[in-house]
Design a protein around this ligand. Structure first.
Ligand code: C2E
Ligand code: MG
Ligand code: MG
Ligand code: MG
Length: 284
């Protein structure tokens, strides 16, 4: 019986491997096709509001890429970012997202202070990344570079940390701001905080969701907010789904928040409407 169970386990394991390899191959193929075709159509960039904790007023947006398959299915980044990272396709994909974000920064210049763009470690490792960023900003002189925020994760620091640090300094010299994404989930968050010249800390959803009813989460959040403030950094709490959490974050002095409570990521047209509505609401 033991042998049979073992045999079954092996079979299940093999099936899972096949599925994941299959999925990776499909993901890569789809991604190549998507990048070769109409990128706006195939790889739409959606936007999620980032709001003031005090009153829910929209101050910024995070750009979050999607993939639209031939049959019209919209895939989240979890389905193709890993393949993109592995194959290096994240480089053209990231450039597409960056260009798109800059276009919308211009379009929404009256209503939106900033757009936050995720930058993968692989992109940051490219020597061409900073020159590309500088070129794009030069090509759009009407966009204040401070309205662009690049979100990086701790894994960006693994490996060539010296180069990356230098690159981040150059990026900051352009006026672009840096946010530490998913803060607190890596294994060296404090080292990171010490070494990276960041402007914003994004508190990971895992510390945020349900904090109003969890004294331990609440203590951790308060400590991180205190550190961020002491270091002259701003903070955004991710994954706020409940009003009680918004209130708790505001009470703890967290200036900005993001989460389904204020809106899920939506296509640009829908985000535009939302900006329009909030402008009408605040214009006397
Ligand atoms: P992230 O940068 O941490 O983005 C936040 C993710 O949390 C988004 O998932 C967002 O939809 C989700 N989220 C926001 N508020 C809530 C909430 O209240 N509850 C819950 N349950 N989730 C919430 P999404 O869009 O699926 O993106 C997942 C990850 O994919 C991102 O995590 C980011 O790491 C990566 N990603 C997305 N777009 C890009 C991109 O253009 N470039 C790169 N390199 N990575 C990207
Ligand atoms: Mg992010
Ligand atoms: Mg995040
Ligand atoms: Mg995250």
């Amino acid at each position: 019986a033991a042998k049979r169970a073992g045999g079954n386990r092996v079979k299940v394991f093999n099936q899972q491997m096949r599925v994941s390899v299959q999925e990776r191959i499909t993901g890569e193929k789809m991604l190549r096709e998507a990048l070769a075709g109409d990128r706006q159509q195939n790889l739409p960039v959606w936007f999620q509001p980032i709001v003031r904790a005090e009153d829910g007023e929209i101050v910024g947006a995070e750009a979050l890429v999607r993939m639209c398959t031939a049959d019209g299915t919209i895939l989240g980044p979890g389905h193709f970012i890993p393949a993109a990272e592995e194959t290096g396709l994240i480089v053209p994909l990231g450039e597409h997202v960056l260009r798109t974000a800059l276009r919308y920064l211009q379009e929404w210049s009256d209503d939106l202070r900033y757009i936050s763009v995720n930058v993968s470690p692989r992109q940051l490792a490219e020597a061409d990344f900073v020159p590309l960023l500088a070129d794009l900003l030069t090509a759009s002189p009407e966009i204040d570079p401070r309205r662009l925020v690049l979100e990086i994760t701790e894994t960006a620091m693994l490996g060539s940390s010296h180069d990356v640090r230098e690159r981040l300094e150059t990026i900051k010299a352009l006026g672009v701001r840096i946010a530490l994404d998913d803060f607190g989930t890596g294994y060296s968050s404090l080292t990171w905080l010490q070494n990276i010249p960041a402007d914003v800390v994004k508190l990971d959803r895992s510390f945020v969701a349900g904090l109003s009813s969890d004294p331990r989460k609440s203590s951790i959040i308060q400590a991180v907010l205190w550190m961020a403030r002491s270091l002259g950094m701003s903070a955004v709490a991710e994954g706020v789904e409940e009003e009680a959490d918004q209130l708790a974050l505001h009470a703890a002095g967290c200036p900005f928040i993001q989460g389904y409570l204020f809106g899920k990521p939506v296509p640009p047209a829908e985000f535009s409407e939302r900006l329009q509505r909030s402008r009408m609401a605040t214009t006397p």
